[in-house]
Design a protein. Structure first.
Length: 116
């Protein structure tokens, strides 16, 4: 299982391209339940990783990443912008990149419960 690192996300450094409505509907149907079931930021990262996805942060947005670390969509595209997730899960501890625009979850993923 590949959990995207700051180096993966740094290679692209961009927000995802806009998606067509069919692709967006499929992503929402597949990823939204994963996001809704998460009880913490670490839990969300583990649940996404178990399905072949990761997460990063760019320009104040949560970005869902594919298994190569490339941006797929934002949390807002799934109907759960970062501010709503932060309200439910608390503030994420983010390790910022040198560019000051991107970052990854900073905590140790091994300490959280396994996704169901």
């Amino acid at each position: 299982m590949h959990i995207p690192s700051a180096n993966d996300f740094k290679r692209t450094g961009a927000l995802p391209e806009p998606l067509d409505s069919e692709t967006l509907a499929l992503l929402r149907a597949f990823l939204r339940p994963i996001v809704d079931a998460a009880g913490s930021w670490n839990d969300l990262a583990l649940r996404l990783a178990a399905r072949g996805y990761g997460m990063g942060f760019r320009d104040g947005r949560l970005v869902i990443l594919d298994d190569a670390g490339l941006p797929v969509c934002t949390g807002a595209c799934l109907g759960v912008p970062l501010r709503l997730l932060a309200g439910r899960l608390g503030r994420a501890t983010i390790r910022a990149d040198r560019d000051g625009r991107s970052g990854v979850l900073r905590s140790d993923l091994r300490g959280d419960r396994t996704p169901s």
